[in-house]
Design a binder for this molecule. Sequence first.
Ligand code: CIR
Length: 262
Amino acid sequence: PSAGDTAERGRRTLLVRPPSAHLADGELTHLDRVPVDADLAAEQWQRYVEVFRGFGWDVRTVPAAEGHPDGVFVEDAVVVFDDLAVLTRPGALSRRGEVASVRPVVEAAVRESAQITEPGTLEGGDILKVGRTVYVGRTARTNAEGAAQLRALLAPRGWRVVEVPVTRALHLKSAVTALPDGTVIGYEPVVDDVSRFADFLPVPEAEGSAVVVLDETTVLLSAAAPGTAELLRERGLTVLTTPVTEFEKLEGCVTCLSVRVR
Ligand code: CIR
């Protein structure tokens, strides 16, 4: 949607979920387990949410899921396409139970919802929207059936669905995200095939591959990626940064901590 669409619909809505006290026990695929400071995680999460509040976003909070260490990565539980919210079926067994408690908050915020069902699996971290194109990362978390179910939902609604292989990162969006102008950015060593994307810009830090678009000229980036911040500023963007070290230890990033609903 263009900035005009956003203005017509009023304030943008953000879904977040506070970290569990058991964040340190979350799933790890590529990183070794290191100590996590739960208090610092809570503080970083607050700062993250404040960035959006400062931009006038309507922040809706899903109750914390103490039994789900990875629940804070709420992006994986639901993906929104216009007025349709697709509740996922996470590939990680430990995460499957996160979705039921996200549902009521999502359904209060959108007009229509759908659910990925067995045997499909899909996690929001594997879904990258660029204009009307939806890239679906095929990973250990998102299987062929999950991708097919998503395609069946989206193709009639005018979205182009493109599956891409992801073997070097946990999720597609652990490797690539998109700038407001549609340029896909990523940390090349973990991107399987940059030629899949029409416009690709390599960034110098792994933590720099994840941006959240706040508006047409502003993005939010991890404080751990100063070189990427400089690169994006040179392109004329306003770059806000926030520390997310405790979430990066669990293979999370700035994008995974929220769902932009509209
Ligand atoms: C997991 O492995 O599921 C979590 N520890 C990290 C999830 C990060 N989410 C994301 O990239 N969308």
